[in-house]
Design a protein around this ligand. Structure first.
Ligand SMILES: CC(C)(COP(=O)(O)OP(=O)(O)OC[C@H]1O[C@@H](n2cnc3c(N)ncnc32)[C@H](O)[C@@H]1OP(=O)(O)O)[C@@H](O)C(=O)NCCC(=O)NCCS
Length: 238
C-alpha cells in the first residue's frame, strides 16, 4: 500500500514539475545548462516539507546528470551545476550548497554543508585585472558511497567511501576510504577498519571492511570480534 502511494506521489510530482523542466531546458539552450538549472534549483529549494522533497526529486531526476531513487534533498538546498549527481538513498540535509559533485549511494550530508569544486575557481596570479575576470580551475569532486559529512562542513576535495567528516571541518585534500577526518583543515584521525573501531561498533551490527563485495563479509567481521572477545576474557581471567 505504502509503495503504491509513493508511486502515485512520484507520478503526480513528475507531472507537476514538467512545465519547470520544459522551461529549464529551453533556458539552457539560450543561457547555458548550469545557469538555467541553478535558478530552478533555487526555486524548488523553497518548497517546505515532504512535498518539497518530492518536488525537488522529481525535478532533479529529469534535469540533473543523475538523481537516483530514494535520494533526499532537504529544504533550502541548492545545486549550482546540472552535471552533479545523487546516488541511491543518498540524503542531503537542509541549506546545503552543492557544486558539480558526484554524490554516491547511501551518502549522508548533514545541514549547512558546502561542497565545492576545489578552491581555485578564480585565478589570482595577475594584479592588473580583477580576480573575477581571471579564469580558474574546477576540480571534480566525489563523495564516496556511505560517507557521512557532518553539519556545517565545507568540502573542497573528494571524500572516499565509508568516511566520516566531522561537523564544521574543512576538507582541502582528498580523504582516503574509511577515514574519520576532522578539523580545519580536516585531518584523518582514524581508520574505521581498525579492530578497535569494529569492537566499538559491534553492538550496532556494523561491518568491518565495508559492504558486501567491497571487503570482508559481515560474518567474517563477527567471527573476528568474537575471537577478540574470547581472547580478552581469557586474558582477564589470567
Ligand atoms: C567526527 C565525529 C563522528 C567524531 O566522533 P568520534 O569518532 O566519537 O571522535 P571523538 O569524539 O572520540 O573525538 C576524537 C578527537 O577528534 C576531535 N573532534 C571530534 N569531532 C570533531 C570536529 N567535528 N571538529 C574538530 N575536532 C573534532 C575531538 O575533539 C577529539 O580530539 P582529542 O583526541 O584531541 O580530544 C563527530 O565528532 C562528528 O563531528 N559528528 C558529526 C555530527 C553531525 O554533524 N551531525 C549532524 C546531524 S546528521
Amino acid at each position: 500500500m505504502k509503495s503504491i502511494l509513493k508511486q502515485m506521489v512520484r507520478m503526480i510530482c513528475t507531472i507537476l514539475v514538467l512545465p519547470a523542466v520544459a522551461l529549464c531546458r529551453l533556458q539552457a539552450v539560450v543561457g547555458g545548462r548550469d545557469r538555467a538549472f541553478s535558478g530552478w534549483s533555487q526555486f524548488f529549494a523553497l518548497f517546505p516539507g515532504l512535498c518539497g522533497v518530492h518536488l525537488r526529486h522529481a525535478f532533479c531526476r529529469q534535469v540533473m546528470s543523475g538523481c537516483a531513487d530514494g535520494a533526499w534533498i532537504g529544504f533550502g538546498t541548492i545545486f549550482s551545476h546540472a552535471g552533479a549527481s545523487i546516488g541511491k538513498s543518498a540524503y542531503i540535509g537542509n541549506f546545503c550548497s552543492i557544486g558539480d559533485v558526484a554524490i554516491e549511494d547511501d551518502v549522508l550530508i548533514a545541514s549547512h554543508v558546502s561542497i565545492m569544486n576545489g578552491c581555485r575557481q578564480h585565478g589570482t596570479a595577475r594584479l592588473d585585472i580583477p580576480i573575477r575576470e581571471q579564469p580558474g580551475v574546477y576540480e571534480p569532486v566525489t563523495i564516496g558511497r556511505d560517507s557521512w559529512i557532518g553539519e556545517h562542513a565545507t568540502v573542497a576535495a573528494s571524500v572516499g567511501k565509508h568516511c566520516i567528516i566531522g561537523a564544521g571541518s574543512v576538507v582541502l585534500k582528498p580523504i582516503p576510504d574509511y577515514s574519520i577526518a576532522v578539523g580545519v583543515p580536516a585531518r584523518v584521525i582514524r581508520d574505521r577498519r581498525t579492530l578497535t573501531e569494529g569492537i566499538q561498533n559491534s553492538g550496532e551490527s556494523s561491518q568491518i571492511g565495508g559492504f558486501e563485495g567491497e571487503g570482508q563479509s559481515h560474518q567474517q567481521a563477527l567471527d573476528i570480534l568474537q575471537a577478540v572477545t574470547e581472547l580478552r576474557t581469557a586474558a582477564d581471567r589470567a
